[in-house]
Design a protein. Structure first.
Length: 250
């Protein structure tokens, strides 16, 4: 057991009478790959949106790396070290791959009214953008407009943009969604590389991927944690089979 880098306690998000996330207590351990699974409407994406600051909780607390981020803005959460991707690819299609990563890296610079930045800072932004492109295996596509990339490459670029912000944790919302078999294989290879250096928290409906890749799995049902455990524990859980996986996963 390692120390959690991200924790939620009593976390709740209501939309009118509906509690999409309902009194959740959960720790995400440093350096581990933690998958969140469950049926449609379980509250998985709402949870990711709360962790990233895209949604504000109705109740409860979120702690990241010693910081209370319960009501922090997405920008502050990102600056502290939480990167994320979305279900729908979120890139700048008219800009090149390098420019996309440059913009992400530049977001780490402190804002001020000083319009003339040092050459050292600009070189640092360039280096971070180039490292991010290399990490997501798109260095050979640096000068290609993002809108001309294949769908799988666009998903890789979005991960590269998150990497350019130098995160400690990556929140990945359905990273394999919509991919062909070949694209999924490339994405899995990339995620395996990243797992060695980052804490990954992901939502995914590809159960083969989840059980092969995750260190820990949390199953959500109706906004609540049904069970958290190793892939073997989750596969063996009768409650999980009855609520979500079905008998074929036994």
């Amino acid at each position: 057991m390692t120390d959690p880098i991200l924790s939620v306690s009593g976390l709740t998000r209501r939309f009118g009478a509906l509690a999409a996330v309902d009194d959740m207590f959960l720790d995400f351990e440093f350096g581990r790959t933690h998958a969140v699974i469950g049926p449609n409407g379980a509250g998985k994406t709402t949870l990711i949106n709360l962790l990233s600051g895209d949604l504000q909780p109705s109740a409860g607390a979120i702690t990241f790396d010693g910081h209370d981020i319960t009501t922090a803005s997405p920008d502050k959460v990102s600056r502290l070290g939480v990167g994320r991707t979305y279900q729908k690819t979120n890139i700048f299609p008219g800009d090149t791959c390098f420019q996309n990563c440059w913009l992400a890296a530049q977001s780490r610079l402190p804002t001020s009214m000083r319009f003339f930045r040092s050459a050292h800072r600009l070189a640092d932004v360039r280096n971070r953008a180039e490292r991010a492109l290399e990490r997501c295996n798109l260095q050979s596509r640096a000068d290609v407009p993002a809108g001309e990339l294949s769908y799988g490459e666009q998903r890789q670029l979005e991960i590269g943009m998150a990497l350019a912000t130098e995160p400690k944790v990556l929140l990945l919302d359905e990273p394999l969604a919509g991919m062909s078999a070949a694209e999924s294989a490339d994405a899995m290879a990339l995620l395996n590389q990243l797992a060695a250096d980052f804490t990954l928290i992901l939502i995914e409906h590809d159960m083969d991927m989840v059980f092969a890749f995750a260190d820990l799995i949390t199953v959500m049902v109706n906004g609540q944690v049904l069970e958290t455990g190793s892939p073997a524990d989750i596969r063996a859980s009768r409650a999980v089979r009855d609520a979500y996986l079905g008998p074929e996963c036994a």
